[in-house]
Write a protein that binds this ligand. Sequence first.
Ligand code: BG6
Ligand code: MG
Length: 223
Amino acid sequence: MQPKAFLLDLDGVITDTAQYHYLAWSELCQTYGFRFSEADNERLKGVSRMRSLEIILELNGKQNTYNDAEKQQLTVEKNDRYVQMIRQMTPADILPGVSAFLKDCRQAGIRLAVASASRNAPEILRLLGIAHLFDYVADAAKIPNSKPAPDVFLVCSQALDLPPACCVGIEDALAGVQAIHAAGMPAVGIRVAPHPVHKPDIALTSTAELSLPDLLKQLQSLS
Ligand code: BG6
Ligand code: MG
């Protein structure tokens, strides 16, 4: 295939905010006496803020302990901590290889969108100084079903007025790869946790391996 657009995840693909999400959840868990390990954190990648809290509560057998208003308050507390942490981000926090890849895409006339579950995505792109490189940034608050559902990738392809088959998703989370495939698009995976069924079509070990000419070559050879 010849891609007309790349739809990029944000956390773990454009910048390494996963560490801040982990720290902010860890602090919240410490405050409330919840168990939460780095391995547990893997399950939260690509998952919405509320669903992340629900997973943590399930891990602690507390899924029926809090009502909706209390859960909402817990997600606000987590986000307040997270927002404090990301405030210091600068263009130096863009992951290796990403800036060059985005610029190469623009030069080649390939369109770009951000397909993230994060409601903080616009602010992070502004802090990184790359908001202007994207033709569209999905509004996570308006996406009906979060990854692994295909919604955010389909919304991006619709916004760009392109059929899904002309778009390629780039993800670091298993839920994200599932979402891309459910949307009918090829998936480029970056350090995606191995899974017997859900494998990216092109697997990279780092964003430093993102090269437009290489990806175009590999995408062309996909059946
Ligand atoms: C995803 C992250 O990109 O965004 C998840 O991988 C996070 O870890 C989700 O929970 C929602 O982010 P936010 O910024 O809206 O809390
Ligand atoms: Mg991610």
